[in-house]
Every structure is written in structure tokens, then in C-alpha cells.
Design a protein around this ligand. Structure first.
Ligand code: COA
Ligand code: AMP
Length: 634
């Protein structure tokens, strides 16, 4: 690597083909590519066209072939079941190869989709890697989503097989997964031919013999399957993420670009080398889990940790320090909300004293804006660099970061530092013109996107263009508003769409509004993300009722809260709604969401010039105070 961030960055933007061709030399290819960047069908750029590879081979067998077979590849650490299980690269490869054989026994072949709906257990990673091994396309669905959300994803991905477990464990609650899966398959139009179910001892799932296969039986009957060579441009996975409607977007990730970018990022962004222990405390259902629990650390030949627990309550706010010290973790990646939870329960970090964490070298935060208080608390207590970095499901890896393996830079609180090599980042106004340094606009990436970013949406090129490329021709919009200062530091301020971030989980308020609007007594509604000290944001619903309804407000509120939980899932954390007489609107009928949000968050606001009836804002403020927001929090 060049010596300075600036040199690296310039090289990646001015000569992207040379830059990424060099990074690709670190990976194994059955056949190297014919063209590093194929731009013959813009805006559908293809990285490493003609290259033949296999992601699972690169993540496992490659290291075994290079003498790392006895190194620990994965540690499953589960305080909720009091289990710690280590897999060497040899052991993990053998499990993955056998499960790949089990999938093949169910008729899964290259290009088939497999939905994975599993808790944070090693078998989730094994299932993902087994799909990659045979060229099947996995789509992992986060366990906190409801059956309806799972059904939507099943209908879009059309999997041949669904892999699940009998239950997940949320601190002390056992959450049966199988009934949710059965309900989802009932709801979906597409019916998977088979399911493979891992029975956990704390909850036995009832099986449907004609469709459901026991994981253990499938493994016992299977023979190890070798890696199937795939095109670099073949899809590795689909990950559904919240969009601006109830219909989630199926973000596609290819094999070649993804593998090259992620392996490169381990050193460049995280300063992690082969053999280091790396921990992303997230969930395999999110992009962080895909990229930094499973793929990147294994591609780099590290030891990765798969943690089935929470930052607090499993058993206490010292859980992270215990894991770091016990497994000699060098770098941890988590969401700021996790640190806010720890800080809330153990403000003086007393529990840290019980553990030797001298192995720990850096903390990385992403998923939502890192508030300076949390960063400073972590810095003061951990005494290591605390790095805020910014990325999205769509990008797959960091757009902006302090690149610890290239040239660590001074931290500016509130900024995830500078654009990472590969990302030609700009701030644009509505006319697609770059704004002056320090001015706010939309953060947009000039095409082509670097390897590892989404090449399209699953079987929906049209939506890929309309959602990301139409607004600023020649650019990919991140839908994040922000600015870049004179020194190139990036500041990410807010989403420009209806996405909110609740405890680091990405959710669409539009999708929640769809649920609320379906209630027979609701005439009109709005859902907003209001500031929350722990979770960053929380959704709050405002309901205007139809006249003549004979139910009382409290019952209707209870019903809509239950509907969101049932249709989207507990992860939505939708627990507050209120009834108002009317919603504040512009004269053209647009709900003044920004103003309501400012009132709720107790921020200064101006009377919008276009408001239809200014009095409505007073009513809104009174309603917010009643439920504990606006002036109530002064
Ligand atoms: N399966 C089933 N249910 C799940 C679930 C899963 N995988 N994950 C969360 N849920 C449920 C929870 O049990 C909770 O249900 P409840 O309403 O019955 O209590 C609800 O979804 C909300 O969960 P969560 O957002 O995790 O809130 P919490 O109050 O339980 O915990 C934190 C708060 C901050 C400790 C927790 O959100 C956390 O650890 N966040 C880390 C963020 C993270 O990993 N982000 C990923 C991107 S980096
Ligand atoms: P997800 O797709 O779930 O990773 O969510 C991506 C969104 O989370 C981004 O578009 C941002 O709005 C927000 N986000 C992620 N990381 C950061 C960060 N470091 N600072 C500010 N916002 C962030």
C-alpha cells in the first residue's frame, strides 16, 4: 500500500482498474478475469468480468492449503446458553463441506436461492458458507422480523430450500422460530420444496415430515461437497433491506468484487492481519454480520467471533470486556447503541476492571451516527482509538472511515473521517451540482461504485436505477444528507428518505405507516423517528381517526402497536402512538414531518411558510408532551 491516505485515495479514483487488480492478487482465482472493470453496459458495471472463483474456497480451503488448518477460524460464544465452541479452519471447512453436501442432497445447485432464518449460532455461518461453496445464493433474514416480512422475502427470492432453527434466545426469552417459518410459508405464494431445521434443546420444533428435514439427519446422510467454481459476477447473496415502501429491496452482492474488497478492507480500514482475532458484535441478519462476522475475517484468515448475546443483560454490562479478554480480541465492531447501553448500566465502566483487555487495539462503530459523548466515554475507558465509520447495506463496506491500516488520522468528533479509497464521494445539491465545502447536500458516489458494492437489486434492474441512480445522473445516492469540510472530513447528518435507525437496525417508517393505515378506524397517519437516548431513534405513530368510530383511542393504539409487531416484527420497537385531530400539512397536502420531528426532539424550529394551518402545530406539540416528548423532556 502507498504511504498516505491521500495517495491511496487518488490512485483508487484515478486508476481504479490497476488499484483493484492489485488487491485481487491477494485472492485465489481458478481463472483470472478478462476485464477488471467492464463498463460496456452502463450503469451496470461489472468487476472482474470473466474471473472464475469461489468465495467459500477463499474463506476456508485457501487457508488450509496455506498451512492454517489448525488455526481457530470461528468462536461461537453464547452466554445465553453458556456455550463456547471453537472451530479450526479444518473443522469449519469440514462442517461447511458436509452441509453443502446436505443442500445438494435436497436438490440445491448453483444459482438456486436458499433463505436462512436463524439465530446467532455457528450453523448460520455454516449455512451461508455452504451456499457459497456450491454457488447457491443465500438470503439471510434477521430473526427479529415477523412471519409476514419473511414471507415477502420468500416470495421475492423464491428459495428452493429454507434453513432455520427451532428457536432463538433473546436474553432469557426463548423465541420459537419454527411457527414463524410455518406461518411465513403459509402466507407466501412461493412454496420452498424443503426446509432444514436445526433442533435446539430448549425448544423442539414440530416437523412436517413431507417438507421438513432435521439438520442432524441431513448432516449424517451427507457427503462433503467440493467448491463449485462460479463467475466473479455471479451472485453470492441477496440481503433485503428497508426501502421507501413496505416492499424491501433485495441488495445483490457478487462473488469476485465482494471478496476482493472485503479482504482488502480488513487491513486498510481495520488494520487487521491474518491470525488476528476480530469481533463484529452484530447479527448475521444484517450487512455487518454478512461482511464482518462471516466473510471478511475468514477471507483474511482471522479468527472471527459469533456472539449470541447482548451488550447488557447477558449477564451484565461487562459482557463485551469478558469476550474481548477471553478470546484476545484485537478489534471490535459494533453499533453505538450497544455502547450507550453499556454506559447506561455501568457509567464508570467498573466491570471493565475485572478483565485484562490489553489485547484490544481499536473499537469501530457504525450503523447510526456516533454521538460524541459515547465516543468520548469509550475512548476514556478503553484507551484505544474509537473509529466511527459510515456505510450501508448497499455498499457492503465502509464509504468513509479513518483507515487504520493506511494512515490513521486525527479524529473530528461527529465525523466518520474521510472517504475510503474506492468511493468517489461528493455532496450534491438538488440540481446535481457539487456544493461548497461545509455546505449540506446529499452524499452521492460518482459511478462506478468500487468492488463489493451492489451491482443491482435482485431481479429488479429498474428499481435499482429508480432508487439509486435516477436522482443524480452519473451518481449513486446514499440517501444520506451531510457535508464534507475543507479538510475532506465527511459528516453524515440525516436520511433524506423515510429510513430510521432504531438500535442500529434499519427500518422504514413508510412500511409502518402502511400497517397503521390498514386499521379500519384510522383515516390518516404518520410515523416519525424521534430521538432516543439509548436506541438513537424510536418510531412514534400519529393517528387521525375516522369519524364515528366507536372504539376508544387506547384500544385503537393498542391494536396498531400489536399489528406492527405482528406484521413487521419486534425489532421495529414500535411501542408509542397517539391520536391527534389532524396532521400539520403544507397547503399542497404534504405532511410536515421535519417540523413535527423537530418539535418532538425539542429542537429549534421555524414556522414553515407553506403551512396550511399554523394552529395544528400547537395541537401537535400538546399531543407530543402528553406522550413524553417535546417540552416534556426539557
Ligand atoms: N430474534 C427475535 N427477536 C429479536 C431479535 C432476534 N434476532 N433481535 C431483537 N429481537 C426483539 C427483542 O427481543 C425485542 O423484543 P421485545 O420488544 O419483546 O423486548 C425487540 O426485538 C427489540 O430488540 P432490540 O432492538 O435488540 O432492543 P433491546 O431493548 O432488546 O436491546 C440493545 C437494546 C441496545 C441492547 C440492542 O438493540 C443491541 O444490542 N443493539 C446492538 C445493535 C446491533 O447489533 N446492530 C446491528 C447493526 S451493527
Ligand atoms: P444499514 O443499511 O442498516 O447499514 O443502514 C445504513 C444507514 O445507517 C446509513 O444510510 C446511515 O443513515 C446510517 N449510518 C450507518 N453508519 C453511520 C455512521 N457512521 N454515521 C451516521 N449514520 C450512519
Amino acid at each position: 500500500m502507498a504511504t498516505s491516505h491521500l495517495e491511496e485515495y487518488r490512485e483508487s479514483i484515478e486508476n481504479p482498474e490497476t488499484y483493484w487488480a492489485k488487491a485481487a492478487e491477494d485472492c485465489f482465482w481458478y481463472k483470472t478475469c478478462d476485464k477488471v472493470l467492464d463498463d460496456s453496459n452502463k450503469p451496470f458495471y461489472k468487476w472482474f468480468k470473466g474471473g472464475i472463483t469461489n468465495t467459500c474456497y477463499n474463506a476456508l480451503d485457501f487457508h488450509i492449503d496455506n498451512g492454517l488448518g489448525e488455526q481457530t477460524a470461528l468462536i461461537y460464544d453464547s452466554p445465553v446458553t453458556d456455550t463456547i465452541k471453537q472451530y479450526t479452519y479444518n473443522e469449519l471447512r469440514d462442517e461447511v463441506a458436509t452441509f453443502a453436501g446436505a443442500l445438494a442432497d435436497q436438490g440445491v445447485t448453483k444459482g438456486d436461492r436458499v433463505v436462512i432464518y436463524m439465530p446467532m449460532i455457528a450453523e448460520a455461518a455454516i449455512a451461508m458458507l455452504a451456499c457459497a461453496r456450491i454457488g447457491a445464493v443465500h438470503s439471510v433474514v434477521f430473526g427479529g422480523f415477523a412471519a409476514k416480512e419473511l414471507a415477502t422475502r420468500i416470495d421475492d427470492a423464491k428459495p428452493k430450500v429454507v434453513i432455520s432453527a427451532s428457536c432463538g434466545i433473546e436474553v432469557q426469552k426463548v423465541i420459537p422460530y419454527k411457527p414463524l417459518l410455518d406461518e411465513a410459508i403459509n402466507l407466501s405464494n412461493h412454496k420452498p420444496e424443503k426446509t432444514i431445521i436445526l433442533q435446539r434443546w430448549m425448544e423442539k420444533a414440530t416437523m412436517k415430515p413431507e417438507r421438513d428435514v432435521d439438520w442432524k439427519d441431513a448432516m449424517a446422510a451427507a457427503r462433503p461437497h467440493d467448491c463449485v467454481p462460479v463467475e466473479a459476477t455471479d451472485p453470492l447473496y441477496i440481503l433485503y433491506t428497508s426501502g421507501t415502501t413496505g416492499q424491501p429491496k433485495g441488495v445483490v452482492r457478487d462473488n469476485g468484487g465482494h471478496m476482493v474488497a472485503l479482504k482488502w478492507s480488513m487491513k486498510a480500514v481495520y488494520n487487521i492481519d491474518q491470525g488476528d482475532v476480530y469481533w463484529a458484535a452484530s447479527d448475521v441478519g444484517w450487512v455487518v454480520g454478512h461482511s464482518y462476522i462471516v466473510y471478511a475475517p475468514l477471507l483474511k484468515g482471522c479468527t472471527t467471533i459469533l456472539y449470541e448475546g447482548k451488550p447488557v443483560g447477558t449477564p451484565d454490562a461487562g459482557a463485551f470486556w469478558r469476550v474481548i479478554s477471553q478470546h484476545k480480541v484485537k478489534a471490535l465492531f459494533t453499533a453505538p447503541t450497544a455502547f450507550r447501553a453499556i454506559k447506561r448500566d455501568d457509567p464508570k465502566a467498573e466491570l471493565m476492571k475485572d478483565h485484562d483487555i490489553s489485547c484490544f487495539k481499536a473499537l469501530f462503530l457504525a450503523g447510526e451516527r456516533s454521538d460524541p459523548d459515547t465516543i468520548k466515554w469509550a475512548e476514556n475507558n478503553l484507551k484505544v482509538p474509537v473509529i466511527d465509520h459510515w456505510w450501508q447495506t448497499e455498499t457492503g463496506w465502509a464509504i468513509a472511515s479513518n483507515c487504520m491500516g493506511i494512515e490513521p488520522m486525527p479524529v473530528k468528533y461527529g465525523s466518520p473521517t474521510k472517504a475510503v479509497p474506492g468511493w468517489n464521494l461528493h455532496v450534491l445539491d438538488k440540481e446535481c451540482q457539487p456544493v461548497a465545502a461545509g455546505d449540506i447536500g446529499t452524499l452521492a458516489v460518482k459511478l462506478p461504485l468500487p468492488p463489493g458494492a451492489l451491482p443491482t437489486l435482485w431481479q429488479n434492474d429498474k428499481r435499482f436505477i429508480s432508487a439509486y441512480l435516477d436522482e443524480f445522473p452519473g451518481y449513486f445516492t446514499t440517501s444520506d444528507a451531510g457535508f464534507i469540510d475543507e479538510e475532506g472530513y465527511v459528516y453524515v447528518m440525516a436520511r433524506t428518505d423515510d429510513i430510521i435507525n432504531v438500535a442500529g437496525h434499519r427500518l422504514s417508517t413508510g412500511a409502518m405507516e402502511e400497517v397503521l393505515a390498514d386499521h379500519p378506524d384510522v383515516a390518516e397517519c404518520a410515523v416519525l423517528g424521534v430521538a432516543d437516548q439509548l436506541k438513537g431513534q424510536l418510531p412514534v405513530g400519529f393517528l387521525v381517526l375516522k369519524s364515528g368510530t366507536n372504539k376508544d383511542n387506547a384500544t385503537i393504539i393498542k391494536e396498531v402497536i400489536a399489528s406492527v409487531r405482528e406484521r413487521i416484527g419486534p425489532v421495529a420497537a414500535f411501542k408509542t402512538a397517539t391520536v391527534v385531530q389532524r396532521l400539520p400539512k403544507t397547503r399542497s397536502g404534504k405532511i410536515l414531518r421535519g417540523t413535527i420531528q423537530k418539535i418532538a426532539d425539542n429542537e429549534a424550529w421555524n414556522m414553515p411558510a407553506t403551512i396550511d394551518d399554523p394552529e395544528v402545530l400547537g395541537e401537535m406539540e400538546a399531543a407530543l408532551i402528553k406522550i413524553g416528548y417535546a417540552g416534556a423532556r426539557k
